[in-house]
Design a protein around this ligand. Structure first.
Ligand SMILES: [Zn+2]
Length: 74
């Protein structure tokens, strides 16, 4: 499933959201605003980058990617 990156227009918070449907409402986890801007996903293009975990705060299990048990990690 694709993970999309968003930037909140209200507070500037950047976050990732896992989209299950095209109509899914995305809101900022910080200020709860739905005025968010979709960014291009960089994770799939930057394979091997050590600084950014593939799941981060968008992962339902938290930072589990280092353990390899995350369903979003392949
Ligand atoms: Zn916000």
């Amino acid at each position: 499933m694709p993970i999309h990156e968003y930037a909140c227009r209200q507070c500037g918070h950047e976050f990732e959201e896992l989209l299950r449907t095209a109509e899914q409402k995305v809101s900022c986890p910080k200020c709860d605003s739905t005025d968010v801007q979709k960014k291009l996903s960089a994770f799939s293009a930057v394979v091997g980058a050590s600084s950014a975990p593939p799941c981060g705060e968008g992962c339902p299990q938290g930072s589990c990617c280092s353990g390899g048990a995350c369903p979003m990690h392949r």
